[in-house]
Design a protein around this ligand. Structure first.
Ligand code: GLP
Length: 246
């Protein structure tokens, strides 16, 4: 920890100055992801400010995803968020590998269903009874939970897909290599939300951490929709980037 004094002569609140100091320590790499920071008591002594003031600075840094508090253990520097560009149609596996992370999945459910939920049938342009493969996976990067993805894929397009094991296999890779699928484009919506108890547990996030709910319909050659995916991404690990033109 570098020594630093807060400036009481300027009209910038002390909690904000402390917050800026901690942010610059993180940016300079003096504090690294996973490292514990001094306790509220130590910080209040070091800066000669009240613990309330320290708490306010730490709370904001936690809300912004820079710090993580672990009950009974202390406050730690968070991993930097993954910046996901939204202009490219990529798979989770590709995204993680491009960042030098190892993608993985824990398959939570694989089922063949005859009656898809109405919104799925509509998205996939299916009328009447269709057999659909539902795969729910917890997606991991370097063994850390990142997202929960529930995919619906019509088996009329991909017969035999239900026999595959998607623990370490990428769905897109299998579809491209074994079913000659050409990924064309996707339509996606993103909503902010709070996780359910189950999602909190699966993602290993603390109460109050926000999530992003993403729905994607992906299209193949001839503009045929081939997957409907509903996912829950960790709000503390992701930020989305898009390029806007005019
Ligand atoms: C991304 C997309 C999903 C898609 C998945 C495929 O996460 N948001 O819509 O189903 O990639 O991932 P993979 O090919 O690694 O199984």
């Amino acid at each position: 920890m570098s020594s630093h004094q807060l400036d009481r002569s300027i009209p910038i609140p002390l909690y904000y100055q402390m917050k800026q100091w901690l942010m610059s320590e993180i940016e300079k790499g003096i504090y690294k992801p996973g490292q514990i920071i001094p306790s509220e008591r130590e910080l209040s002594e070091q800066f000669q400010i009240s613990r309330m003031t320290v708490r306010q600075a730490l709370k904001e840094l936690m809300n912004e995803g820079h710090l993580i508090r672990e009950q009974g253990k202390g406050t730690f520097i968070a991993e930097p968020k993954l910046n996901q560009r939204l202009s490219q149609l990529t798979s989770f596996s590709e995204d993680m590998r491009n960042r030098g992370l190892e993608p993985d999945a824990q398959v939570l459910e694989t089922s063949v269903i005859n009656h898809a939920p109405a919104h799925v049938s509509i998205a996939l342009h299916l009328d009447g009874d269709h057999t659909i493969l539902k795969i729910k996976r917890l997606r991991l990067a370097n063994k850390q939970p990142m997202a929960i993805e529930t995919s619906f894929l019509p088996l009329s397009l991909f017969s035999g897909l239900e026999k595959k094991n998607f623990t370490s296999e990428s769905i897109y890779r299998v579809l491209e290599n074994e079913f000659a699928l050409q990924l064309l484009f996707a339509k996606q919506t993103i909503e902010a939300g709070f996780p359910t108890k189950d999602e909190e547990h699966l993602l290993g996030i603390s109460k109050g951490t926000s999530v992003m709910r993403i729905e994607r319909v992906t299209y193949m050659q001839e503009g045929i929709p081939f997957e409907f995916v509903s996912s829950v991404y960790r709000g503390d690990r992701y930020k989305f980037e898009m390029e806007l033109h005019r």
